[in-house]
Design a protein around this ligand. Structure first.
Ligand code: A3P
Length: 332
């Protein structure tokens, strides 16, 4: 039977004036009291994704936005494809099938994506939008990247398909998301206001901690690889090996070294395939690029004492009863 996502309106008393930022937004979830904030028009996609058929040879990359999903996508794709830099350079990671703007991506690095980037460069396509049919009819193996939480993905996903989930300290996530939102000019508030929106679950895909907790609970499933961004950027070769084992692929030491170099943020920034120019075009000269600093713990430069204390309370409250802890390597 077709499942339906539950929708909850934003409570005007709870959200008060903040609600004004998010006209048309609703919480979508498995039940009406556990929802994720999504824009208007999301409903049809939500039901379609919940009911879509995952395939055993799909590989999914999921995570809350700005958690390192692009890095993870590239790592996964390269490992799964025997480190094919030639093919990768010709077909950008971003130019994939976007369903309803950026809410679900299938990336092929195939002919379709090359054609698409050409159209975009020539100014013919401003925003490629596909339907779920394109995803459902896409040839195998599909590489799917999504920011949806597990509860909005097909319920049998992990029993069918391998999933790599990337998690990151939400304080770094909110800094990164703010820079990104300013670049895209979707938000014009100061950072402190954005942080207030974030911890009140009023930023797209929120609540962030619930998103991570859902994945954390599934981390021991044999089809699940749960990775912390902080751990991965500290030891990329280790995570290349872990992903290779997970995908039953063998890489030589030379291939691992070369891929480590390829994934190094300095090279990543210059790599048009993962960091396309159009992602970095912005009318906002103060904002930073799509591939930005790539650090762990940088939030400390952006949080004042009050915000840091709020964050500490918010994290403790939401992780109470869970053994999920974000790694902090900054003092080591
Ligand atoms: P910062 O803005 O903190 O630098 P996503 O891909 O999910 O949108 O995540 C974006 C974050 O991952 C950004 O964080 C970006 O700089 C970082 N990132 C992207 N590529 C990276 C790489 N090769 N190494 C380390 N961090 C990377």
């Amino acid at each position: 039977m077709e499942k339906k996502v539950k929708i909850e309106e934003l409570d005007p008393i709870k959200y008060g004036p903040l609600k004004g930022y998010f006209e048309g937004y609703r919480f979508y979830g498995p039940s009406s009291d556990t929802g994720y904030l999504m824009p208007a028009g999301y409903k049809e996609l939500a039901d379609n994704v919940l009911n879509m058929t995952a395939r055993p040879d799909d590989v999914w990359v999921t995570g809350y936005p700005r958690s390192g999903t692009t890095l993870t996508q590239e790592l996964v794709w390269q490992v799964a494809n025997g480190c094919d830099y030639e093919k990768a350079s010709k077909s950008p990671l971003m130019e994939t099938i976007y369903v309803f703007r950026t809410y679900l991506y299938v990336y092929f690095r195939g002919e379709m994506s090359v054609n698409l980037i050409q159209s975009r460069v020539n100014g013919e396509v401003s925003e490629p939008v596909y339907t779920m049919d394109a995803v459902n009819e896409a040839p195998s193996p599909r590489f799917i990247k999504t920011h949806f939480p597990f509860s909005l993905l097909p319920s049998n996903l992990l029993d069918t398909t391998k999933v790599v989930y990337i998690a990151r300290d939400p304080r770094d996530v909110v800094v990164s998301l703010y820079q990104f939102a300013r670049r895209l000019m979707t938000i014009k508030t100061d950072f402190k206001t954005f942080w207030t929106l974030f911890f009140n679950d009023l930023v797209i895909y929120s609540p962030c901690l619930a998103h991570v907790k859902e994945a954390w609970q599934l981390r021991h499933h044999p089809n699940m690889e749960f990775i912390f961004y902080e751990d991965m950027i500290r030891d990329i070769p280790l995570y290349i090996k872990r992903v290779a084992d997970f995908l039953d692929k063998k890489l030589t030491d030379d291939q691992i070294a070369e891929l480590t170099e390829h994934l190094n943020i300095k090279n990543f920034r210059k790599n048009e395939s993962v960091n396309p120019n159009w992602m970095n075009k912005s009318g906002n000269p103060d904002s930073e690029g799509f591939i930005r600093k790539g650090e762990a713990g940088g939030w400390r430069e952006h949080f004042d004492e009050e915000m840091a204390a709020q964050a500490q309370r918010w994290i403790s409250e939401h992780l109470a009863g869970s053994d999920l802890r974000f790694p902090d390597h900054t003092s080591q």
